[in-house]
Design a protein around this ligand. Structure first.
Ligand SMILES: C[S@@+](CC[C@H](N)C(=O)[O-])C[C@H]1O[C@@H](n2cnc3c(N)ncnc32)[C@H](O)[C@@H]1O
Length: 227
């Protein structure tokens, strides 16, 4: 199976993997049945890539695969990276020395409290369980300026999916305006995923524009009805 090579955020003219050697290995062993196009940015980040002097946060950075793409392909003034663990690879350790980066080692829920409140984006990719993500979302919303985006990875995971739906419904209820929720396949490399999962177009990025500031102390998340 071949992915549609025309991705809205990529010209589709060049094709490569970030880890060419591994790609080659998988191709030779017959494991690789799909062609992956070179997407340097995940769709949520690509949606604001034209903006200048961006100030953003990524929660859950692992070995900085996504963070490095953000640093290399967006006009970033400041990028705050939060993770429970210090990165292990030399590339990741080197990248957190970038003058635009502030690395915060710790729990996302505490780190979110300390963030500036004029952010252009927050990208959530740490803990993926509903109870956790919904708390992250509630805190993150108050830190994003009007016109910024709240976003994240793995919308295809049930905890994330329900949390994002809950965000959507609550934002609608609070602002009295139906928000637009975007979901889109991430076509950058995901070495650890089963091939059939990738072939289905997963993992999926999600994002929503914060049309008006949500710093109002009255704003709180109501959990969705179930039955
Ligand atoms: C899937 S990895 C992130 C991958 C990265 N966003 C990327 O795309 O390259 C998830 C990371 O979240 C971190 N994490 C999990 N729970 C967290 C929490 N409560 N606070 C901060 N980081 C957390 C883990 O340590 C791990 O490094």
């Amino acid at each position: 199976m071949v992915f549609n090579p025309i991705h809205p955020y990529d010209s589709g003219t060049k094709r490569f993997w970030f880890d060419d050697e591994r790609h080659e290995e998988r191709k030779l062993s017959g494991q690789l049945s799909l062609e992956v196009i070179p997407v340097k940015l995940r769709p949520s980040m690509a949606s604001i890539a034209g903006k200048k002097g961006l100030k953003g946060v990524e929660i859950g950075v692992g070995q900085l695969q996504n963070s490095i793409n953000i640093l290399n392909n967006m006009d970033i003034a400041q990028l705050i990276l939060v993770d429970l663990n210090y990165p292990k690879t030399p590339t990741a350790q080197n990248s957190i020395q970038d003058h635009r980066v502030t690395f915060v080692q710790g729990n996302s829920l505490q780190a979110l409290e300390m963030l500036p409140n004029d952010l252009d984006f927050i990208y959530l990719d740490g803990h993926h369980e509903y109870n956790f993500v919904i708390h992250e979302i509630t805190k993150a919303l108050k830190k994003i300026k009007a016109g910024g985006i709240i976003a994240g990875h793995d919308y295809d995971q049930s905890g994330v999916n329900l949390a994002v739906q809950t965000l959507f419904m609550n934002t609608w209820m609070f602002t009295k305006r139906k928000p637009t929720l975007y979901v889109e396949s991430c076509l950058d490399e995901h070495n650890q995923y089963p091939l059939e999962y990738l072939e289905a177009g997963f993992p999926i990025d999600w994002w929503m524009t914060v049309e008006q500031e949500m710093k109002d102390p009255q704003f709180r998340i109501n959990h969705l009805r179930n039955g």
